[in-house]
Structures are given as C-alpha cells and as structure tokens.
Design a protein around this ligand. Sequence first.
Ligand code: FE
Ligand code: FE
Ligand code: MG
Length: 181
Amino acid sequence: MFKSKSKIVMVLGLILISLVGGYLTLQRKKTEKANVSKLVESLNKAFADEWLAYYQYWIGAQIVSGPMQSEVIAELKEHAIDELRHADMLAKRIIQLNGIPILEPKQWYEASNCGFLVPTDPNIKKILQQNVKGEQCAISAYKKLLETTKDTDTTTYQMIHEILANEIEHEKDLLNLLKVL
Ligand code: FE
Ligand code: FE
Ligand code: MG
C-alpha cells in the first residue's frame, strides 16, 4: 500500500515537473521570438537608413559644386558604395533571422531613423554638412543596436560593429574635407 502510494506521488511529481518544464520552455520560446522580431524591426530601420544614405551620397556626388570638386565627388561615391554594402549586409542578416527586408522604397522614409536631407543647395560645404549629419545619426543608431545585441546575438553584434566602424570613418573623412575647404 505504502509503496504504491509513493509510486503515485512520484509519478504525479514527474508529471508536474514535465508540465512546468514544458510551460517554461514555451514561455522562453515566446520571449525569444518577440526579441527576434524586435531585432528584425531595428535591422529594417537601419536598412532603410542605409538606402537613404546611399542616395544621399549618390545624388550629392551628381550635383555638388565648389572647390576640390573632384576629390569630394570621389569620396562621396566611395561612401555611397559603402552604404549600399551595409544595406546588403543588413538584408542578408534580416533574412537569416527569418525576417523580410523592407520591400517598398516608400517605406524607407517611414522606417528610417535618420531620414533624408534634400540637397537643394549644391554648395560643396552644404552637401558635406548634410552628410556629416547623416553619419552622426547613423553612428548613434548603430551604437544603440550594439548595446541591444551585445549579450544576445553575437553574429549581429559583430556585423553592427563592422558597420559602425565604417560610419565613424565616413564622418572623419567628411570632417577632414570640410577642414581643408
Ligand atoms: Fe552605412
Ligand atoms: Fe556612412
Ligand atoms: Mg571615406
């Protein structure tokens, strides 16, 4: 009698443990899913920024006028290529995380952290200053992303780290050009 009772208690205990375990796993998976979809949203915001930054540089390189024009155009074009590469990296990571990169260009404006500064004035200093603003915004957005991924997603963290290093260099290059103009 005593033996079978303790057996029942043991079985019930095991059932309880597995139920609690199952419940906790389910909750953990739910949280992970929510975190991943939040991360994908942040990566899509950065993706939108990169396309707008690409166009900011690209269109700037077409219309800019002033002293040292050819050096500035070369730099702007180089940065444009970097921004497009960043968009490529972000899209690939979004897809790895089972997300979808923004499909419609009109959503770039809505999703973007940094927006787009219409280069109505082709003056070389004005163009460079607009790009500096863009880089400063990108740097602060990527620093935030670095914070949110540092303990949770090593792959994304390393990618953001690499992009951030480029943006810091972009800002430095633009400021150096502005100094000598
Ligand atoms: Fe970039
Ligand atoms: Fe940049
Ligand atoms: Mg450069």
